[in-house]
Design a protein. Structure first.
Length: 563
């Protein structure tokens, strides 16, 4: 620990705060963080940043990090979301301290604290509607009006609160409010709501409760109960901090105190980062569920083939800031590409196949050619791939009347088939509509890659990927583009109008080399010259389906160069 404290270079502002707290002996120099998601949707890439920050701070300073579900609204919460959140955190490579915790674990204590505030004349029952309360709130420069029910006696408030708990009243009929300051310039301090009535079954407590605490009353107290030292929140909670501290002042009397610190949330271009908006996409069936590979959810990115290491590298690159900014999505794709380049094996798959016949190759002959699994990692070795007289190549790798700088195949031009022979275009066959159905070539029999002959060392300008027609495996490929056309879809009056109609293109009967059948669900590989692709969870032994993870083209380098 002493070495960490002496090395203050390149610390982000949260690390600096933590190290100062440790030096000062604050909270016994402990570091205890928490990740407190609401189980009302799937986690997205913004949550991944928070996960990485909270868990990494605990690890760096030999501390602890809790997972605590903020389950105070049974209307929107579901066990499905709880399970998905735990799966996402584990997939990212983090482990929380102890068992998962829930705000509902503290409902009894929170209720007792609410009673304490009533007894101390710091809270009251309000009978007004939400519209009436809103009309009395005022503005940041105009004080609010006190509720006509603010002067109720302690005994009356205690009686009404107990009757609320017993289920005597309808939803919206009564609420519990704190006696804050209706003239405060901070709107959150103007008699905030502490409890509301909700007659819905809770996923953990069943029908035991029909009153539920609000986030602001729950969060700080839950931190206090758990012994949290550093409550790290995104900037939208900055204005909530005075209320966070005020509640603790009313209810605690120890030297220990959790401290809330805010950091900039992750805003990503061409993406919406609101669970409410993401839920709309799911419920309106504009995407195929929370784990649709076009979604910015962690489960969607996992299904698309993004790696946990690439997401953590992305979080590290963007860092921790105090001011909001928008991160170009190309940086995320760069991190994915950089990680997969080192890890993903290369396979050959032809997405738009056209048949090529090597007319001087023996009709019945088959042979194996050797190709690298991953040239970036020699330990991955080589694999054998079948070669025969008839193969498939990409349709756009041939041009009948090619310009001078077209370095792929055309009539009377030579290219190398990767790992195999040099071929030369001779002629072609077309159908009645003028579409090319076959390309006829000849091959240099002595030019096989790695054969050691002089011809095998001969250089040609183009190298094509290919698949033996006899051994090819048909696969479906789902090619993904940006889900939104607008760089800031959330800024639109209706963000759904920015949806990209071409965000998903399904290509049937792509032709892959036979090694493709050895892949398992969620395995990611590079299709030579095409990009990185992941085996979709819908794949079966009868039909393999691949999601395009990311292209080979590096868009982030262009962003850097523009700057």
């Amino acid at each position: 620990m002493s070495e960490q404290l002496e090395n203050n270079k390149s610390l982000n502002f949260i690390e600096s705060i933590i190290e100062e707290d440790i030096k000062a002996g604050k909270n016994e120099s402990r570091v205890h963080t928490r990740f407190p998601p609401e189980p009302n949707g799937y986690l997205h890439i913004g949550h991944a940043k928070s996960i990485c920050l909270n868990f990494s701070m605990a690890k760096k300073y030999n501390g602890k990090c809790n997972l605590r579900f903020d389950d105070t609204n049974p209307v929107k919460e579901d066990v499905e979301y709880v399970d998905s959140i735990m799966e996402d955190i584990k997939w990212l490579g983090f482990e929380w301290d102890g068992e998962p915790l829930y705000s509902s674990d503290y409902f009894e204590q929170l209720y007792d604290w609410a009673v304490k505030m009533i007894k101390n004349a710091k809270a009251y029952i309000d009978d007004q509607t939400s519209d009436e309360i809103a009309s009395q709130k005022g503005t940041p420069t105009v004080p609010g009006q006190e509720s006509p029910f603010r002067s109720r006696s302690v005994d009356e408030n205690l009686d009404l609160f107990n009757r609320m708990k017993s289920g005597e009243f309808k939803e919206g009929e009564k609420i519990l409010r704190a006696k804050g300051d209706m003239a405060s310039p901070n709107m959150h301090m103007r008699d905030p709501i502490m409890y509301r009535i909700i007659h819905n079954e809770h996923h953990r407590t069943g029908n035991k409760w029909c009153i539920y605490p609000m986030y602001d009353f729950t969060h700080g107290q839950s931190d206090y109960i758990e012994g949290i030292t550093h409550s790290l929140c995104t900037l939208e909670f900055e204005n909530h901090r005075p209320l966070y501290n005020w509640y603790l002042d009313q209810l605690t009397d120890t030297d220990y105190r959790p401290v809330q610190t805010e950091f900039a949330r992750l805003n990503l271009s061409y993406t919406v980062m609101s669970k409410r908006k993401l839920l709309q996409l799911v419920e309106d069936k504009l995407v195929n569920g929370w784990d649709d590979p076009r979604m910015p959810t962690i489960s969607g990115m996992r299904r698309r083939g993004y790696t946990a290491d690439s997401i953590k590298a992305f979080a590290d690159k963007i860092g921790v800031a105090k001011r909001e900014n928008v991160i170009d999505v190309s940086l995320l794709e760069f991190c994915v590409r950089e990680d997969l380049n080192k890890k993903a094996d290369r396979l050959m798959t032809v997405l738009d196949p056209v048949k090529l016949i090597i007319v001087n190759y023996p009709e019945e002959k088959e042979e194996m050619v050797s190709v690298d699994n991953n040239p970036e990692d020699e330990t991955r070795g080589k694999r054998e791939m079948p070669f025969s007289r008839e193969i498939y190549i990409e349709r756009n790798d041939f041009m009948e009347d090619a310009p001078k700088k077209f370095f792929r195949l055309s009539i009377d031009k030579e290219v190398r088939l990767k790992g195999a022979y040099i071929i030369k275009g001779e002629n072609l066959v077309k159908d009645a509509d003028g579409n090319i159905t076959e390309i006829h070539c000849t091959y240099d029999v002595d030019s096989k890659s790695g054969s050691g002959t002089e011809a095998s060392q001969r250089k040609v300008k183009g190298t094509l990927h290919w698949v033996s027609a006899k051994h090819a495996v048909p696969v479906q490929v789902r090619q993904y583009d940006r889900l939104f056309n607008n760089e800031d879809p959330a800024s639109q009056e209706d963000f759904k109008t920015s949806l990209n109609p071409d965000s998903l293109t399904i290509v049937e009967n792509c032709m892959a080399e036979p090694a493709i059948v050895n892949l398992k669900s969620l395995d990611t590989v590079q299709f030579q010259r095409q990009g990185y692709f992941c085996v979709d969870i819908d794949s079966t032994s009868e039909k393999m389906i691949f999601n395009r993870t990311v292209t080979l083209k590096d868009g982030w380098s262009k962003v850097i160069n523009k700057k």
